[in-house]
Design a protein around this ligand. Structure first.
Ligand SMILES: C[S@@+](CC[C@H](N)C(=O)[O-])C[C@H]1O[C@@H](n2cnc3c(N)ncnc32)[C@H](O)[C@@H]1O
Length: 212
Protein backbone atom coordinates (compact mmCIF):
# COMPACT_ATOMS: atom_id res chain seq x y z
CA UNK A 1 0.00 0.00 0.00
CA UNK A 2 1.09 3.56 -0.53
CA UNK A 3 2.02 5.79 2.39
CA UNK A 4 -1.31 7.66 1.91
CA UNK A 5 -3.32 4.45 2.17
CA UNK A 6 -1.32 3.33 5.23
CA UNK A 7 -2.23 6.61 6.94
CA UNK A 8 -5.90 6.13 6.07
CA UNK A 9 -5.74 2.48 7.18
CA UNK A 10 -4.15 3.38 10.53
CA UNK A 11 -7.28 5.37 11.46
CA UNK A 12 -9.76 2.54 10.92
CA UNK A 13 -10.79 0.99 14.25
CA UNK A 14 -11.65 -2.70 14.64
CA UNK A 15 -15.18 -3.13 13.33
CA UNK A 16 -17.83 -5.81 12.73
CA UNK A 17 -18.25 -4.86 9.10
CA UNK A 18 -16.66 -2.36 6.76
CA UNK A 19 -17.29 -0.80 3.36
CA UNK A 20 -14.52 0.49 1.14
CA UNK A 21 -16.59 2.94 -0.93
CA UNK A 22 -14.91 3.89 -4.21
CA UNK A 23 -12.50 1.04 -3.54
CA UNK A 24 -10.90 0.92 -7.03
CA UNK A 25 -7.94 -1.46 -6.44
CA UNK A 26 -9.33 -2.61 -3.06
CA UNK A 27 -6.07 -2.24 -1.13
CA UNK A 28 -7.72 -0.78 1.96
CA UNK A 29 -10.31 -3.56 2.08
CA UNK A 30 -7.57 -6.19 1.75
CA UNK A 31 -5.45 -4.62 4.51
CA UNK A 32 -8.49 -4.53 6.81
CA UNK A 33 -9.14 -8.26 6.29
CA UNK A 34 -5.47 -9.30 6.44
CA UNK A 35 -4.69 -7.26 9.55
CA UNK A 36 -7.78 -8.23 11.53
CA UNK A 37 -9.65 -4.91 11.45
CA UNK A 38 -12.78 -6.66 10.22
CA UNK A 39 -14.13 -10.02 9.09
CA UNK A 40 -16.32 -8.77 6.32
CA UNK A 41 -16.07 -6.03 3.72
CA UNK A 42 -18.29 -4.51 1.11
CA UNK A 43 -16.13 -3.39 -1.79
CA UNK A 44 -18.00 -0.89 -3.89
CA UNK A 45 -17.32 1.38 -6.80
CA UNK A 46 -19.45 3.31 -9.28
CA UNK A 47 -17.24 1.91 -12.04
CA UNK A 48 -17.49 -1.81 -12.75
CA UNK A 49 -14.03 -1.70 -14.35
CA UNK A 50 -12.56 -0.29 -11.12
CA UNK A 51 -14.45 -2.79 -8.96
CA UNK A 52 -13.09 -5.62 -11.11
CA UNK A 53 -9.57 -4.79 -9.85
CA UNK A 54 -10.69 -5.17 -6.22
CA UNK A 55 -12.60 -8.38 -7.02
CA UNK A 56 -9.45 -9.83 -8.57
CA UNK A 57 -7.33 -8.77 -5.57
CA UNK A 58 -9.81 -10.32 -3.13
CA UNK A 59 -10.86 -13.37 -5.14
CA UNK A 60 -9.63 -15.83 -2.48
CA UNK A 61 -11.56 -14.31 0.42
CA UNK A 62 -14.88 -16.04 -0.35
CA UNK A 63 -18.01 -14.70 1.32
CA UNK A 64 -16.04 -12.30 3.51
CA UNK A 65 -16.18 -9.95 0.52
CA UNK A 66 -19.36 -8.51 -0.98
CA UNK A 67 -18.79 -6.58 -4.24
CA UNK A 68 -21.28 -3.93 -5.35
CA UNK A 69 -21.24 -1.66 -8.38
CA UNK A 70 -23.12 1.42 -7.24
CA UNK A 71 -23.10 5.14 -6.60
CA UNK A 72 -22.14 5.59 -2.94
CA UNK A 73 -24.25 3.52 -0.53
CA UNK A 74 -27.22 3.13 -2.86
CA UNK A 75 -28.47 -0.47 -2.99
CA UNK A 76 -26.05 -1.79 -0.39
CA UNK A 77 -27.17 -5.26 0.84
CA UNK A 78 -26.63 -4.03 4.44
CA UNK A 79 -25.20 -0.95 6.09
CA UNK A 80 -21.78 -1.76 7.53
CA UNK A 81 -20.67 -0.47 10.92
CA UNK A 82 -17.81 1.51 9.32
CA UNK A 83 -17.14 2.98 5.90
CA UNK A 84 -13.95 4.32 4.39
CA UNK A 85 -14.15 6.82 1.55
CA UNK A 86 -10.73 7.91 0.32
CA UNK A 87 -9.09 9.27 -2.78
CA UNK A 88 -11.89 11.49 -4.05
CA UNK A 89 -12.87 15.12 -3.80
CA UNK A 90 -14.98 16.47 -0.96
CA UNK A 91 -17.90 17.27 -3.24
CA UNK A 92 -18.13 13.64 -4.34
CA UNK A 93 -18.00 12.52 -0.71
CA UNK A 94 -20.80 14.97 0.14
CA UNK A 95 -22.83 13.60 -2.79
CA UNK A 96 -22.37 10.07 -1.37
CA UNK A 97 -23.32 11.09 2.18
CA UNK A 98 -26.41 13.03 1.07
CA UNK A 99 -27.55 10.22 -1.23
CA UNK A 100 -27.64 7.61 1.55
CA UNK A 101 -30.87 6.70 3.37
CA UNK A 102 -28.90 5.16 6.21
CA UNK A 103 -25.26 5.79 7.00
CA UNK A 104 -22.68 3.73 8.91
CA UNK A 105 -21.99 4.50 12.58
CA UNK A 106 -18.39 5.37 11.83
CA UNK A 107 -16.73 7.01 8.85
CA UNK A 108 -13.10 7.39 7.86
CA UNK A 109 -12.81 9.98 5.10
CA UNK A 110 -9.83 11.32 3.18
CA UNK A 111 -10.97 14.10 0.87
CA UNK A 112 -8.44 15.58 -1.55
CA UNK A 113 -10.15 18.97 -1.58
CA UNK A 114 -13.30 20.80 -0.41
CA UNK A 115 -12.96 19.26 3.06
CA UNK A 116 -14.97 22.16 4.52
CA UNK A 117 -18.03 20.90 2.64
CA UNK A 118 -17.49 17.41 4.05
CA UNK A 119 -17.23 18.76 7.62
CA UNK A 120 -20.45 20.79 7.25
CA UNK A 121 -22.30 17.73 5.92
CA UNK A 122 -21.01 15.51 8.72
CA UNK A 123 -22.20 17.78 11.54
CA UNK A 124 -25.56 18.24 9.76
CA UNK A 125 -25.94 14.47 9.34
CA UNK A 126 -25.38 13.89 13.08
CA UNK A 127 -21.75 12.93 13.34
CA UNK A 128 -19.20 13.86 15.97
CA UNK A 129 -15.85 14.50 14.33
CA UNK A 130 -13.05 12.78 16.22
CA UNK A 131 -9.95 13.39 14.12
CA UNK A 132 -9.57 16.11 11.54
CA UNK A 133 -6.09 16.94 10.29
CA UNK A 134 -4.04 17.52 7.15
CA UNK A 135 -1.29 15.18 6.02
CA UNK A 136 1.19 15.24 3.15
CA UNK A 137 2.01 12.28 0.97
CA UNK A 138 3.60 11.86 -2.48
CA UNK A 139 3.59 15.58 -3.18
CA UNK A 140 -0.03 16.22 -2.21
CA UNK A 141 -1.98 17.39 0.83
CA UNK A 142 -4.97 15.41 2.07
CA UNK A 143 -7.32 15.74 5.01
CA UNK A 144 -8.14 12.83 7.25
CA UNK A 145 -11.50 13.02 9.01
CA UNK A 146 -12.86 10.32 11.29
CA UNK A 147 -16.26 10.55 12.93
CA UNK A 148 -18.94 8.56 14.65
CA UNK A 149 -22.63 9.13 15.30
CA UNK A 150 -23.05 11.95 17.82
CA UNK A 151 -23.45 15.69 18.21
CA UNK A 152 -20.81 18.23 17.32
CA UNK A 153 -20.54 21.94 16.79
CA UNK A 154 -17.80 23.43 14.69
CA UNK A 155 -16.79 27.07 14.42
CA UNK A 156 -16.55 28.63 10.98
CA UNK A 157 -12.74 28.46 11.11
CA UNK A 158 -12.88 24.81 12.15
CA UNK A 159 -15.12 24.07 9.16
CA UNK A 160 -12.69 25.84 6.87
CA UNK A 161 -9.43 24.40 8.19
CA UNK A 162 -10.12 21.34 10.39
CA UNK A 163 -10.29 21.28 14.17
CA UNK A 164 -7.01 19.45 14.89
CA UNK A 165 -5.14 21.69 12.45
CA UNK A 166 -6.19 24.77 14.40
CA UNK A 167 -5.33 23.16 17.77
CA UNK A 168 -2.05 21.45 16.97
CA UNK A 169 -0.83 23.09 13.75
CA UNK A 170 1.08 20.12 12.36
CA UNK A 171 3.87 20.53 9.82
CA UNK A 172 1.77 19.48 6.81
CA UNK A 173 -0.91 22.02 7.66
CA UNK A 174 1.56 24.87 8.24
CA UNK A 175 3.39 24.05 4.98
CA UNK A 176 0.10 23.98 3.06
CA UNK A 177 -0.98 27.35 4.47
CA UNK A 178 2.45 28.89 3.81
CA UNK A 179 2.26 27.73 0.20
CA UNK A 180 -1.15 29.35 -0.15
CA UNK A 181 0.21 32.56 1.42
CA UNK A 182 3.01 32.58 -1.18
CA UNK A 183 0.46 32.23 -4.00
CA UNK A 184 -1.73 34.98 -2.55
CA UNK A 185 1.27 37.31 -2.24
CA UNK A 186 1.98 36.58 -5.90
CA UNK A 187 -1.51 37.81 -6.82
CA UNK A 188 -1.32 40.83 -4.52
CA UNK A 189 2.04 41.94 -5.99
CA UNK A 190 1.13 41.08 -9.57
CA UNK A 191 0.94 43.88 -12.13
CA UNK A 192 -1.66 42.06 -14.21
CA UNK A 193 -4.11 40.78 -11.56
CA UNK A 194 -7.45 42.62 -11.39
CA UNK A 195 -8.41 44.80 -8.44
CA UNK A 196 -11.11 42.32 -7.42
CA UNK A 197 -8.64 39.38 -7.46
CA UNK A 198 -6.25 41.41 -5.33
CA UNK A 199 -9.02 42.29 -2.88
CA UNK A 200 -10.05 38.63 -2.67
CA UNK A 201 -6.43 37.59 -2.11
CA UNK A 202 -6.01 40.21 0.62
CA UNK A 203 -9.08 39.06 2.52
CA UNK A 204 -8.04 35.39 2.30
CA UNK A 205 -4.53 36.36 3.43
CA UNK A 206 -5.98 38.07 6.50
CA UNK A 207 -7.80 34.84 7.44
CA UNK A 208 -4.67 32.72 6.94
CA UNK A 209 -2.57 35.07 9.05
CA UNK A 210 -5.21 34.95 11.78
CA UNK A 211 -5.02 31.17 12.09
CA UNK A 212 -1.25 30.68 11.87
C1 LIG B 1 -8.92 7.70 -7.12
S1 LIG B 1 -9.87 6.30 -6.80
C2 LIG B 1 -9.51 6.05 -5.10
C3 LIG B 1 -9.40 4.60 -4.77
C4 LIG B 1 -9.13 4.31 -3.30
N1 LIG B 1 -10.29 4.58 -2.49
C5 LIG B 1 -7.94 5.10 -2.81
O1 LIG B 1 -8.10 5.93 -1.90
O2 LIG B 1 -6.84 4.88 -3.32
C6 LIG B 1 -11.53 6.91 -6.72
C7 LIG B 1 -12.54 5.80 -6.97
O3 LIG B 1 -13.80 6.26 -6.53
C8 LIG B 1 -14.77 5.82 -7.44
N2 LIG B 1 -15.94 6.69 -7.27
C9 LIG B 1 -16.06 8.00 -7.61
N3 LIG B 1 -17.29 8.44 -7.28
C10 LIG B 1 -17.95 7.41 -6.71
C11 LIG B 1 -19.26 7.23 -6.17
N4 LIG B 1 -20.14 8.24 -6.16
N5 LIG B 1 -19.61 6.03 -5.67
C12 LIG B 1 -18.73 5.00 -5.68
N6 LIG B 1 -17.49 5.10 -6.20
C13 LIG B 1 -17.09 6.28 -6.70
C14 LIG B 1 -14.08 5.92 -8.79
O4 LIG B 1 -14.71 5.11 -9.76
C15 LIG B 1 -12.67 5.45 -8.44
O5 LIG B 1 -12.51 4.07 -8.61
Amino acid sequence: MTERLEIVFSHIKKTESLADVGCDHGYIAKACLDRGVTNSVIISDVSSKSLQKAKELLKNYGDKVVPVVTDGFTGFPFIPETAVIAGMGGEEIVHILLGANTLPKRLVLAPQKNSDKVRRTLTKKGYKIEKDFTFFSSGKYYDLITCSVGKDSYTELEYLFGRDNLKDKGKAFIDKINKEIELLNGVINSETASASSKAEALSRLAVLKEIL
